[in-house]
Write a protein that binds this ligand. Structure first.
Ligand code: HEC
Ligand code: HEC
Ligand code: HEC
Ligand code: HEC
Length: 366
């Protein structure tokens, strides 16, 4: 009897040992070297956290050849896309329908089917601004998005409202707490990878233009360079967001020998620098101005519309959608589309039949 017990105990202990060892099993971790040996530029990736390949939805139908009548001549109320062909305009509407509108609503998510030209639905007004925004991203921010570019799908992924977004928040500090105002610190928050760093920094860095670079130019402190520990912590909080958004660690961009030095950093850091400026442009000049257009239920607790951060596009990948470009499906989103030629106003027909000598007067009237 007791021998059976001993055997069982031994089996249990060895089982536990195998389980414990299993936990240490290094098989999931993959490392790769990005820079010179010894420079500390290594990527350590846990295979279990790698974001699976992107699902690109099938196109509504193949892109029609360019040509034929212009959309601006066929339709009544085009403020952005009037200069592209009608066929390509219809194709883009079908794509936008799949990329943004909930399937049950379809075209009616933005349109009154009885009057397609009407701007009565706020979603259409928002979508028009988003068209301009996407064109700006692709034409003005190519130092970031390169030739890959973005479409509505990069952010929306089939949802009316992108999954990853942020708005101003009241912040985590609890004035009633005996530990006092923590300035958003030690508040478990995904924005900073659940680190004890201050969260809620998006407003300052990705909508405002707060200085991210804190290291001084001089060895000794100077009155021109006043930086608090809090500022440094906030910068770190932002850097944790950059890393988690892209699914990388700090050395994807920095050389740990000097986080500050650009000449030691990888080129990806410069791409990220442009990305920060691009996100500010998106939030300030395209989404922020829609404050009065969005209904309250589409705004954050402080009444501002939801804005973009690195995760909105990247979603855990170093290049959104794994680097797959969808821009060929929607060439009109590449950049400013030429304005539709203004239709020449036809002079009103004279009410009485013209006598021959009236002609010069009519010409002068134009
Ligand atoms: C996410 C919003 C959205 C969805 C969904 C959408 N549209 Fe549009 N649609 C727009 C916007 C914005 C414009 C105006 C573009 C401009 O100003 O250049 C427009 C304009 C139009 C016009 C021109 C109307 C006129 O006379 O001015 C037609 C036609 C049209 N859409 C058809 C469709 C069809 C068909 C569908 C469904 C397959 C659809 N749209 C889905 C946003 C949308
Ligand atoms: C850079 C990311 C990004 C891109 C690209 C983008 N959007 Fe958006 N869009 C957003 C965000 C963020 C919101 C949410 C704003 C809110 O709810 O306060 C939004 C909201 C919308 C809404 C409002 C939906 C609702 O139910 O309130 C429409 C419509 C829309 N976008 C259309 C488009 C179209 C069409 C395109 C492509 C031409 C596009 N978007 C491209 C980020 C993006
Ligand atoms: C995707 C690229 C990227 C990743 C990943 C990244 N950083 Fe940064 N980092 C930048 C950029 C770009 C700047 C400069 C921002 C600016 O000037 O606007 C910067 C600035 C900094 C600075 C300020 C340097 C100075 O001049 O004062 C520190 C410190 C820093 N990062 C630390 C980190 C740490 C720690 C991590 C990992 C948790 C990290 N970074 C991850 C791109 C990145
Ligand atoms: C509007 C969508 C969008 C947003 C928002 C965005 N990016 Fe990107 N980013 C892209 C696209 C598209 C590429 C791919 C460009 C290419 O093909 O090289 C990219 C590429 C990058 C790369 C280069 C990766 C590599 O391996 O070469 C870095 C680094 C990067 N982004 C950092 C950021 C950071 C940091 C933010 C937030 C401040 C950000 N991005 C926000 C669209 C976006």
């Amino acid at each position: 009897m007791s021998r059976i017990l001993v055997k069982a105990t031994i089996t249990a202990i060895s089982g536990l040992g195998i389980m414990l060892l299993g936990g240490c099993e290094p098989g999931h971790k993959q490392t790769s070297q990005n820079g010179y040996r010894g420079a500390g530029l290594n990527q350590i990736v846990d295979a279990r956290h790698v974001v699976p390949a992107a699902v690109i939805p099938p196109e509504a139908y193949a892109l029609p050849p360019d040509g034929g009548p212009l959309a601006g001549q066929s339709y009544q109320n085009l403020k952005v896309l009037g200069g592209i062909s009608k066929d390509r305009f219809d194709h883009l509407m079908a794509n936008i329908n799949q990329w943004v509108a909930p399937p049950a609503a379809g075209c009616t998510y933005c349109h009154n089917p009885a009057n397609m030209a009407s701007d009565e639905k706020y979603t259409k007004v928002v979508a028009r601004q988003m068209l301009l925004m996407t064109q700006t991203i692709n034409s003005q921010w190519s130092p970031h998005v390169k030739q890959t570019g973005v479409t509505c799908y990069t952010c929306h992924r089939g949802n009316a409202v992108p999954v990853n977004k942020w708005a101003n928040a009241v912040g985590a500090p609890n004035p009633d707490s005996i530990t006092g105002n923590r300035y958003g610190q030690n508040a478990p928050n995904a924005d900073v990878g659940y680190a004890s760093l201050p969260s809620n920094g998006f407003a300052e860095y990705l909508n405002g233009a707060k200085n991210i670079r804190l290291a001084a130019d001089t060895a000794l402190p100077s009155k021109d360079h006043v930086v608090s520990v809090k500022d440094a912590e906030k910068t770190y909080g932002l850097m944790v967001h950059l890393s988690t958004a892209l699914g990388v660690n700090c050395t994807y961009c920095h050389n740990t020998q000097s986080f500050r030095a650009w000449n030691l950093s990888r080129p990806q850091r410069a791409t990220a620098w442009y990305g920060i400026r691009m996100v500010r442009d998106i939030n300030q000049h395209h989404i922020g101005i829609l404050q009065s257009v969005f209904p309250d239920y589409r705004k954050g607790p402080l009444g501002d519309p939801y804005k973009v951060n690195c995760t909105t596009c990247h979603q855990g990948q170093a290049k959104p959608l794994g680097g797959v470009s969808m821009i060929a499906q929607a060439p009109a989103l590449k950049g400013p589309t030429p304005a539709a030629p203004t239709v020449v106003a036809v002079p009103a027909a004279p009410s009485a039949p013209l006598a021959l000598n009236d002609a010069p007067a009519l010409l002068a009237r134009k």
